[in-house]
Ligand binder design. Structure first.
Ligand code: ADP
Length: 445
């Protein structure tokens, strides 16, 4: 169990995990994304800005200099290798640093620069002359809080007088101790405890409140209500900043409870398409024949990097083992692995140390490895009713338009039922999935 009492769902089977709801899964997914992300996600969509006061001028910056940051902070930003603000940062940063303070809701997919933006805002807002908490940031789990803290540490490297503390379970706070650090990052329960029972933080002196990963937060029992309770302790003039990677209605109703008079910044995710993808299916008798087909395919495409999707964890480990026995270098993502272990496997795959990644859907959600050229559905994606799961299919095979690279998808079919699913998928996307024979694999090159 982690520090928040969440147990790793690895003990159950993958399908079971899916059905149980995605409470732990979402937070883990988000952490995994952070661990494997090295740079900004490209997104060519237009940033939508909805200002609270439509008559006030719309500020956007093309450089960090324009923000007039403290020299030490600007230095830290450049040290991180940031040359210019990301798409959402162009609009979000001027709002977040504005006087008088502005409230903000920002929604954009992970990897678009939200965390960097609010870390910068907190570092800019914190006054080192005051030895009490001024910026309060809450995140869904201990691990996610730590990730944010690392960005603050890195970016604030030269702001030596600004200090940071983690309000997370396990970080003991003696009765009567007052927090002197300017920036507090924590999970809702502990933060609330420190503000109320322990009186270690005076919430009335908080001038910036950041709620990160709102979508994950509301999926976790208790976090939503606890966050609202924390917000109620804060002074009216406290600046509220609210971030989410998704756009569901539930996020909105939550945001409305937390953020009065918000400015809103949104960046829609780039759509995935099947445009550049050549899709095939191969008919096999059973899993052994599927395995043979896969090995043949793989033999044909030595340069390519491949992801193979299996339905269950058991199938994934069987396949990985079988391929390894044949002498292939295979990475496998499996349900019982920790997020850190998964991140390490993905990293090795990224670097090309392993050219094949075998995984279940649950394990691989949210991963986009750009150089994947072949996706193999060892098992076709189906929903709980056994029908084609088109969304998952698109997500496995599709690429955001930006990659522009061609790719191949091969579906292994082992029954009339799976043939039906192929037809459903063809119909849904209105795209032909061609039959591929073992003998004409050259078609692929
Ligand atoms: P999000 O919070 O939306 O997931 P992050 O702030 O974590 O996004 O940013 C994603 C990645 O991009 C991180 O590796 C981060 O260091 C990097 N990054 C953020 N802002 C910039 C920028 N302006 N220029 C270059 N890289 C950036």
């Amino acid at each position: 169990a982690d520090i928040n009492g969440n147990t790793d769902a690895g003990g159950s089977d993958d399908e079971g995990w899916l059905q149980q709801g995605d409470r732990v899964d979402l937070a883990q997914q988000s952490l995994l994304n952070k661990l494997i992300r090295h740079s900004l996600v490209l997104n060519r969509n237009r940033v939508e800005v909805q200002q609270r006061d439509p008559n006030s001028p719309l500020y956007s910056v093309k450089s960090f200099e324009e923000l007039r940051l403290k020299a030490d902070l600007l230095n830290g930003v450049y040290q991180m290798g940031f040359n210019r603000p990301s798409g959402i940062q162009e609009n979000a940063l001027p709002l977040m640093l504005a006087h008088p303070p502005q409230n903000l809701i920002a929604q954009s997919q992970s990897g678009t620069g939200k965390t960097a933006a609010f870390c910068l805002a907190m570092l800019s807002n914190a006054n080192p002359a005051h030895a009490w908490p001024q910026c309060l940031c809450i995140a869904p789990t201990y691990e996610l809080a730590l990730q944010i803290g690392q960005v603050v540490e890195q970016m604030g490297k030269f702001c030596s007088n600004v200090k940071l503390v983690y309000a997370v379970r396990g970080n003991r706070m003696e009765k009567g101790t007052k927090v002197e650090e300017q920036i507090v990052i924590g999970t809702p329960g502990t933060v609330y405890d420190w503000c109320t029972k322990r009186k270690a933080i005076d919430p009335k002196r908080i001038s910036m409140f950041v709620l990160d990963e709102a979508d994950v937060m509301i999926a976790m029992q208790g976090h939503r209500d606890q966050s609202i309770r924390i917000q109620r302790l804060l002074p009216k003039e406290c600046q509220m900043l609210f971030f989410s990677a998704t756009f569901e209605d539930s996020v909105w109703s939550f945001a409305e409870k937390i953020i009065p008079n918000p400015n809103i910044i949104r960046l829609k995710r780039e759509e995935e398409t099947l445009d550049n993808i050549r899709q095939f299916y191969m008919v096999c008798k059973d899993k052994e024949e599927k395995f043979a087909a896969l090995c043949n395919l793989y033999g044909c495409l030595t340069i390519a990097q491949t992801i193979v999707f299996c339905k269950t964890r058991r199938m994934a480990s069987w396949l990985a083992e079988s391929m390894t026995k044949e002498g292939h270098q295979v990475g496998v993502l499996s349900g019982e692995m920790t997020v850190e272990q998964r991140a390490a496997v993905i990293e090795r795959y990224r670097q090309g140390k392993e050219k094949v990644l075998v995984t279940t859907n649950v394990c691989s959600r949210g991963i986009d490895v750009e150089q994947v050229t072949l996706v193999v559905n060892f098992d076709l994606p189906v929903d709980l009713a056994g029908q084609a799961d088109n969304d998952t299919y698109l997500h496995r095979i599709g690429r955001a338009g930006r990659f522009g690279k061609r790719g191949f998808a091969v579906n292994l079919v082992d029954s009339q039922r799976s043939m039906d699913i192929i037809e459903q998928i063809e119909l849904h996307f209105n795209r032909k999935i061609k039959k591929l024979d073992m003998n004409d694999l050259e078609e692929l090159d």
